[in-house]
Structures are given as structure tokens and as C-alpha cells.
Design a protein around this ligand. Structure first.
Ligand code: NAD
Ligand code: UDP
Length: 310
């Protein structure tokens, strides 16, 4: 098949392009390089089935494709809050442009949605049926509401135009090719520990997240695209839940670092807890994550070591 991956030069997108090429597909990787890097896909450049296209999803585009994975959108709070209006345009106009293309060429299209659609959840763990608790006017809203609106668009194109959609809600995922200045917690803690700097715990570190290693995530994403039973949304993540302080302590131990933990102010609307209910993914995809935090950190730390030259 010919497959378009928007945001294909980013952390998850670049691994996805690689997997799809390995499966024998032709891959068009479209990216504006806001948080993605050419070097993430440089090793694919010589593959005759790979094409890198510099383009912004906010502006229309046309390709003959069989599948579209829509990943274009900065995912780290620091980056998506840098230009919040651009972030919401990317989610909403990007979705409209991708869905318009899917409708025209009859492609199946998958949206990389997020656990952020649940906001600061009052139901724990979060099943797909939970409608969320998002502050529509807060600092995270450009991302959360942009992704919620994108889901709405996906389902309206599906109902109105019979577009063949899939929607996955991704929970915190980490791994090699995250930027060292990405700002998300796993990369921040690893980089700080490797540099011997203090680990910055926002708030008292009692908030929780559930961390999924990227290989597990990508397996479930591709399975979602290729199954015919449901359109979604499907939660994808690892239900093993940790406090942020526990994560910091685990990173220190794995890196064997003597860095200290320091508290700094909690950003506004920071969710207090997050854990996916993955029973739907287990049933429909016959999938569950195989790589637990300790092992995933063991695969991620060497990448940052090499990158930082430490
Ligand atoms: P990332 O920031 O590494 O990747 C996003 C990619 O999109 C980058 O390559 C960036 O340059 C590109 N991009 C941004 N705006 C664009 C635009 N207007 N036009 C074209 N390209 C644009 O982040 P990631 O972690 O790889 O996330 C990929 C997708 O998965 C995102 O849509 C994100 O919202 C979603 N997601 C990720 C996580 C996670 O934990 N990693 C969790 C939930 C959802
Ligand atoms: N966090 C932290 N220190 C950091 C970066 C993040 O304590 O250096 C916290 C952040 O406040 C949040 C959690 O870690 O409670 C996860 O943050 P991240 O930005 O990785 O993802 P999200 O908040 O979008 O789940």
C-alpha cells in the first residue's frame, strides 16, 4: 500500500514510517519539522519506497494513498503551548485536510488522539466511554480541545461521508528519538540524571501517569488501522501507573546518578491521575503491552547517553 504519515519525522512518526517500510509499504512522510527532525528519518532516505515531504498540514495537500496516519501535532506541553493558536489550527485544520483527502481518494485514515481528551479525569482508570473533564479555556486547552475537535471531525466525516476512520487515544509514550529538550517527563528526567543535574519534579510528585514504550504503542496503532471490527476510539497505553516521584527515583537508580530531586511549581491544569483502561484494545486487537517501565527505560537511556555523549 501507499501510506501517508503526517508528523512522520517526529518521535512516534519516524518509528511508524520505519515499521511500515519494513512491512513492504510505500511511505510518504509529511512534516513541517516543528518538533520533528530530518535526522529521525535520515536512515530511511535511501529506501526507494520512502519519500520525505516538507509541508504543513494546515495547508491542503493531495496524494494518491491507501492509508493515512495523522500524527502531525506537537505533543509536549512546552511545545504545544509555545504557539497555542497554531497548535489548535494544526489539530483542527490538519484533521479537515487529512479527512478531505481520505474522502477523495477512499483511503482509510487513523487519528493519533490522546488521553488528554479526558482532561483531569474524575473516573479512574479511564475507559473510552468516559467523556472527560477538560478546562476549555486553560493553558492545555489548545491541545486537549484541538484533539477533541479532531475526534468530532473524524466521526462526522465517518457518519456523513462514510470515510473509513480509526481513532486511537494514546497515553504517555516514551522511547528513543524523543528530543533531549522535548520537555516531557521521561526525557527530562533521563537527560537531567545523565547530566548530573537536579530532577525537576513539578508539584509534590504525587500525580500519576502510566508509561508505554513506543514499540508496544506502534504495534497497537498498526493493528487498529488494519482490523475491520471497530472504528474506535481505542485507548492505547500501558496501565502500569506510577507517581512522578516514583518515576524520578526509578530513573536515578537506572542511570546510577546522584542527582537530587527538586520540586518546582505544578503547571496549571496538570492532571492528577492517568491510567488507561485497555480492555477494549485487549479484546479487539488481541494486544497488551509487553515492555514494562524498567525494560523500556533500559532501551531509552542508552539512546540519550549516545546523543549527549556522556
Ligand atoms: P512529536 O512532537 O515528536 O511529533 C509530532 C510531529 O508532528 C513532529 O514531527 C512535528 O514536526 C510534526 N508537526 C507538528 N505540527 C505540524 C504541522 N502543522 N504540519 C506538519 N507537521 C507537523 O510527538 P510524538 O510524541 O511523536 O506524537 C505524535 C502524535 O501522537 C501527536 O499527534 C501526538 O498528539 C500524539 N500523542 C502522542 C503521545 C505520546 O505520549 N508520545 C500521547 C498522546 C498522543
Ligand atoms: N513533569 C515533571 N517534571 C518534568 C516534566 C514533567 O514533574 O520535568 C510532570 C508533569 O507536571 C506531569 C507529568 O510529569 O504531571 C507528565 O508530564 P508530561 O509533560 O510528560 O506529559 P502530560 O502532562 O502531558 O501527561
Amino acid at each position: 500500500m501507499v501510506i501517508l504519515v503526517t508528523g512522520g519525522a517526529g518521535f512516534l512518526g519516524s518509528h511508524l514510517c520505519e515499521r511500515l517500510l519494513n512491512q513492504g509499504h510505500e511511505v510518504l512522510c509529511l512534516d513541517n519539522f516543528f518538533t520533528g527532525r530530518r535526522k529521525n528519518v535520515a536512515h530511511l532516505a535511501d529506501n526507494p519506497n520512502f519519500e520525505l515531504i516538507r509541508h504543513d498540514v494546515v495547508d491542503p495537500f493531495k496524494f494518491e494513498v491507501d492509508r493515512i496516519y495523522n500524527l502531525a501535532c506537537p505533543a509536549s506541553p512546552i511545545h504545544y503551548q509555545y504557539n497555542p493558536i497554531k497548535t489548535i489550527k494544526t489539530s483542527v485544520m490538519g484533521a479537515i485536510n487529512c479527512l478531505g483527502l481520505a474522502k477523495r481518494v477512499g483511503a482509510r485514515i487513523l487519528q493519533a488522539s490522546t488521553s488528554e481528551v479526558y482532561g483531569d479525569p474524575e473516573v479512574h482508570p479511564q475507559p473510552e466511554s468516559y467523556r472527560g473533564n477538560v478546562n476549555p479555556i486553560g493553558l492545555r486547552a489548545c491541545y486537549d480541545e484541538g484533539k477533541r475537535c479532531a475526534e468530532t471531525l473524524f466521526f462526522d466525516y465517518h457518519r456523513e461521508n462514510k470515510v473509513d476512520i480509526r481513532v486511537v487515544r494514546i497515553f504517555n509514550t516514551y522511547g528513543p528519538r524523543m528530543l533531549p529538550d522535548d520537555g516531557r517527563v521521561v526525557s527530562n528526567f533521563i537527560v537531567q540524571a545523565l547530566k548530573g543535574e537536579d530532577l525537576t519534579i513539578y508539584g509534590d510528585g504525587s500525580q500519576t501517569r502510566s508509561f508505554c514504550y513506543m514499540d508496544d504503542l506502534l504495534e497497537a496503532m498498526i493493528r487498529t488501522m488494519e482490523q475491520d471490527d471497530i472504528v474506535g476510539p481505542i485507548n492505547i497505553g500501558n496501565p502500569n501507573e506510577f507517581t512522578i516521584r516514583e518515576l524520578a527515583e526509578t530513573v536515578l537508580e537506572k542511570v546510577q546518578s546522584s542527582s537530587k530531586l527538586v520540586e518546582s511549581p505544578l503547571p496549571s491544569d496538570d492532571p492528577t491521575q492517568r491510567k488507561p483502561d485497555i480492555s477494549l484494545a485487549q479484546k479487539v486487537l488481541q494486544w497488551e503491552p509487553e515492555i514494562q517501565l524498567d525494560q523500556g527505560l533500559g532501551k531509552t537511556i542508552p539512546y540519550f547517553k549516545e546523543l549527549l555523549g556522556v
